[in-house]
Structures are given as structure tokens and as C-alpha cells.
Design a protein around this ligand. Structure first.
Ligand SMILES: [Fe+2]
Length: 542
């Protein structure tokens, strides 16, 4: 809270004054309201004094002028009236009447002290005050005497005229002590009234200024107490006017500040508690982090040691493995060389076995080689794995090896075989199986040879297998065997041609022969990927 906002502008303007000279004066200086009260009082006093001075300067002088004017009027009137009355008596020459008229005028006129009438020669004809007449005092004059002083004598000399002729002279003496004393009393009364008015007005101005400034003083002192730390102080409300409203507004503002201060204190306390709790959490986190960092450092050092140790071990093992790898490669090279020789030996063996059969059966010569080639072409069309294709190629080259035990007369008989002879021929797949079953081929060559006369509908031999029970390689070999057999010469008939052969497998598609194998075989011939060459012994396919 900015308590300096309570400092009055007057206090700032009077910065050169000895602030703090009063012990009770606070930051507000405690002089703002007092100066305001003094100003109000001085202004009111100045106005009152000015009015009083004007009143004192104007009204006494006016009283004096009125008095002088009244005295002049009385003298003039009295003189004129007396002259008129005396003129008749002088014209008649009646001294007794003259004196009676003179005294009557003196009795009726105010302020006359003497009256004397002379004739033209200076002889006193009548007088209202014989002592003055006998002592000739009515002829005296005192021009320096001020007219309004008490005991002053106003003297007049007036000719008494009748018919335009001066019959005598009238001397009158006036004294207005009573009127002057009355005027003096009135002037004194005016002064007393003015002084009383000044005093009363000053007192009222002081009270009024106090009434005006008291709420301000209260507000200022309350603000000073609040600045000293006593926030429970409130300004006392004295009236229902604007000043009272100022005090009430000030109190309401203080209440608002107090509520805000309490709210801020509560918020600050809550914030401090939160910060304290957070600080403790942060300290715990720092301790935990340092512990983790220490553990990580130790773990890293241990890991580095292990890595270093393990690296040394691996380097040693690597060196050992390098030697073993060299040895293994050398062994692999030797093994590969051995495998190559074995493969060549195997191929030579298979070729020898194939030639053995063909040497005993002239018409079968080249049959196994052509069946093998066609079977490989069909397998490639079916996208079989290369291992299966290789096995199929070996099996096709020796698939009729079982005929090696068949009598040459039956194999080369130019007429149809008898039932007994045919039953003998039907044993060649099992005989071939028996010949090959103990040879450790990497492929099921013996079983392919055994099943190459099986048919999908079970009409084949020697076991009458059905469908998927027949190896895929055997199903391919069967189709290739039928196509080659029909299209080439046989001892008992001439070659029927490739069209007859393809017609046979097309009729047996999905019945005796595998549907996919037949489609692949037809596509191979349709795409001319398998060409035909004629030899003296028959039709040769590559
Ligand atoms: Fe066969």
C-alpha cells in the first residue's frame, strides 16, 4: 500500500518548512489541515476587519456631517424666524414687544444661549441674556474653534430688514453640547459594535474553520496512525455533509485496503507454505539427483571397466576366431571341392544308370533325358524352388531305372504286351525305388520314381495313390512322361505327335493329371519355350 498518496499537496509545496518539528507530525506533516484552518480563519478575519474598517470610516463621518447639517439648519431657521418677528416690532418701535418676541423665539428654538438686538448705532434694544449683552460677549468670535467640539458657541449676526431697510442687527449664540454628546455616544457605540462584531466573527470563523477542517484532521491523523502500523484506526465521522462523506469514504477505502491486506497476507502465507513445501521437495530432488548421479558415475566407471576388460577379452577371442575362420574357410573350400567332386560323381552315376537302362531298351534311349528336361520346364513355369527343380531333374533322368531288370524281349517287343508282361512292366517303379532307396540323395528321388505312374484319380500304380498323397514332383514327372511317350516312337506303334500328347493331358486335366501341372505344360509349349528336334531314333525334346 502506498501511504504517500495520503500526503497533501500543501505539504509538498511547503517542503522547505521544518517538517517533523512537531513530534506528532507524520509523513502527512500534520500541517495540511492546520494550514487550511489558518487560511480559512485569516480570510474570514480579513473580510470582517475590512468590513469593520469600512463601517468605522464611513458611519462616524456620516454622523458628523448629519450633525453639522442639522446644526446649520437649526441656526438658519431660527435666525430667519427671529428676524421676521423682530422686524415688525422694530418698525413699530415697541421695545417691550421686541424683547418679548426675542425671548419667545429663544424659548422655542433649540440650543440658543443668547440673543441680542441692536439698532443701527449699536445700541442694545433688547436681549434674552442680559449678562451677555452687558459684557458685549456676543460680539466675540473664535474662528479656530472647531464646530463639533463640546462647549463650543455658534455665533450669528443677521440684519433685521423691513421694507428693504435695515432697522437693526440680531446677534444669536447657539450651543449644541447635547447633540454633539449624542453623536459622540453613537460613534462610540459603533466602535464597540464593530469590535464586538470582529471578536464574535473571529470566534465564529475559528469555530467554523475548525468544523470544516476537523474531518480532514481526523483523516490525516488516522492516516498517520495507519502509517505507524495501527491499521485498525478509522476516522471519526462528525457530520453528514461533504466532509463527513469524505471521512466515510476514507474509512470505506481503509476497510477495502484492510480486506485487501488480509487477503494478501493469507495469499502470501499460502504462497510461503507452498514455496516452503516446494523448497523441501526441490531439496529432496536435489539430494536424490545427486545420489543418482553418484550411482550413475560409479555404474559408468564400472561399465567402462567391464567394457575395457570385455574388449580385451573379445580382442583375444577375435584373434582366435580369425584363426578359426581362416581354418574354417580352408575347410569349407576343401568341403566345397569335395562336394563338387561328389556332385560330379553323382551326376556321372546317374548318367551311368540312365545309360544302363537305355542300353537295354533302344526305344527308351533318350526318353529319360527328354522327360527330365520337360519336367524341369514345367517346374520352372510353376515357380518351384530351385532345390525341388534340381531333385526333379535327377529323378526324371533315372525314373525308369527299374526297367533295368526287365527282359529285353519284353522291353523291345514290337507287338502289344500280354497282361502278364504288362504286370511285369508295372513293377519297374517299385524296382527303381528299391534300387534308389538306400542312396542318400538330398531329394526324395526314390519316392518320385516310385510315384511317377500314380494318377490323381487313383487309377495309377503301383499303390493307387490319390490327389495330394502324390508328391508334386511325381505329378509333374507323370505329365512329362505321358507327353514324351505319346509323342515318340514305341516298338509297337509309330510316334503320335505332340498334338496327340497334349490332347491326352488336356482330356485328363483335373482327372488323372494335376490341373496346375497340365496348364503349366500347355503354356510351356504354347510359348514355344520347349522346342522339338527329330533324331533317327525318334523325337528329341530339349
Ligand atoms: Fe516309366
Amino acid at each position: 500500500m502506498n501511504y504517500n498518496l495520503l500526503e497533501s499537496p500543501d505539504a509538498t509545496a511547503d517542503a522547505g518548512s521544518p517538517r517533523g518539528s512537531r513530534p506528532e507530525a507524520g509523513p502527512a506533516g500534520g500541517i495540511g489541515p492546520r494550514k487550511l484552518r489558518t487560511k480559512i480563519f485569516l480570510v474570514a478575519a480579513l473580510v470582517i476587519v475590512a468590513v469593520s474598517v469600512f463601517y468605522l470610516a464611513y458611519f462616524p463621518r456620516r454622523l458628523e456631517k448629519n450633525l453639522v447639517r442639522n446644526i446649520g439648519g437649526i441656526i438658519e431657521t431660527t435666525t430667519a424666524l427671529a428676524s421676521v418677528g423682530l422686524a415688525a416690532e422694530l418698525k413699530a418701535g415697541d421695545k417691550a414687544g421686541l424683547e418679548m418676541v426675542l425671548k419667545e423665539n429663544c424659548r422655542q428654538a433649540a440650543g440658543i444661549r443668547y440673543a441680542v438686538v441692536e439698532d443701527g448705532s449699536g445700541l442694545v434694544l433688547a436681549s434674552a441674556n442680559r449678562d451677555v449683552a452687558e459684557q458685549n460677549m456676543y460680539r466675540e468670535s473664535d474662528p479656530t474653534q472647531r464646530p463639533l467640539e463640546r462647549r463650543a458657541m455658534y455665533r450669528t449676526r443677521t440684519p433685521v430688514m423691513a421694507d428693504g431697510k435695515a432697522l437693526g442687527t440680531l446677534f444669536l449664540g447657539f450651543s449644541f453640547d447635547g447633540s454633539i454628546a449624542g453623536t459622540t455616544r453613537e460613534k462610540s457605540m459603533i466602535v464597540i459594535v464593530c469590535l464586538t462584531a470582529i471578536f464574535v466573527s473571529g470566534l465564529l470563523a475559528s469555530l467554523f474553520s475548525g468544523m470544516i477542517t476537523r474531518p480532514v484532521i481526523q483523516v490525516t491523523r488516522t492516516a498517520e496512525k495507519i502509517l505507524r502500523g495501527d491499521t485498525t484506526q478509522r476516522a471519526k465521522v462528525y457530520s453528514r455533509d461533504e466532509m463527513g462523506l469524505l471521512a466515510r469514504t476514507f474509512n470505506a477505502m481503509l476497510d477495502g485496503f484492510e480486506r485487501s491486506r488480509r487477503d494478501m497476507e493469507m495469499a502470501n502465507k499460502s504462497l510461503e507454505e507452498t514455496m516452503h513445501a516446494r523448497s523441501q521437495e526441490v531439496e529432496k530432488e536435489i539430494v536424490e539427483r545427486r545420489r543418482i548421479e553418484k550411482e550413475l558415475r560409479l555404474a559408468r566407471e564400472e561399465l567402462e571397466n567391464r567394457v575395457e576388460k570385455r574388449t580385451a577379452e573379445l580382442s583375444k577371442v577375435n584373434e582366435e576366431l580369425s584363426g578359426k575362420v581362416i581354418e574354417t574357410r580352408r575347410a569349407e573350400d576343401q568341403l566345397q571341392s569335395t562336394l563338387d567332386r561328389l556332385e560330379k560323381a553323382l551326376e556321372g552315376t546317374v548318367r551311368a544308370m540312365s545309360l544302363t537302362v537305355e542300353m537295354r531298351d533302344f526305344y527308351t534311349a533318350g526318353h529319360q533325358r527328354r522327360v527330365s528336361a520337360l519336367a524341369v520346364a514345367i517346374a520352372e513355369e510353376l515357380h518351384l524352388p530351385s532345390e525341388k527343380i534340381e531333385g526333379l531333374r535327377f529323378a526324371g533322368a533315372i525314373h525308369d531305372i527299374g526297367k533295368v531288370v526287365m527282359p529285353a524281349e519284353i522291353l523291345g517287343k514290337p507287338t502289344r504286351l500280354t497282361k502278364t508282361e504288362f504286370q511285369l512292366i508295372k513293377d519297374h517303379p517299385r524296382i527303381g525305388f528299391d534300387i534308389l532307396k538306400n542312396i542318400q540323395f538330398p531329394w526324395p528321388v526314390a519316392h518320385i520314381v516310385l510315384q511317377h505312374h500314380e494318377r490323381m484319380d487313383g487309377s495309377g500304380y503301383p499303390d493307387g495313390l490319390i490327389g495330394e498323397a502324390i508328391l508334386l514332383e511325381a505329378r509333374i514327372l507323370a505329365v512329362a512322361d505321358v507327353v514324351e511317350a505319346i509323342s515318340s516312337h514305341r516298338p509297337y506303334r509309330p510316334a503320335l505327335g505332340i498334338d496327340k500328347a497334349l490332347e491326352e493331358i488336356r482330356r485328363g486335366r483335373g482327372i488323372r493329371y494335376d490341373m496346375r501341372v497340365v496348364d503349366a505344360c500347355l503354356k510351356v509349349f504354347k510359348d514355344h519355350r520347349f522346342t522339338m528336334k527329330k533324331e533317327s531314333a525318334g523325337v528329341i525334346y530339349q
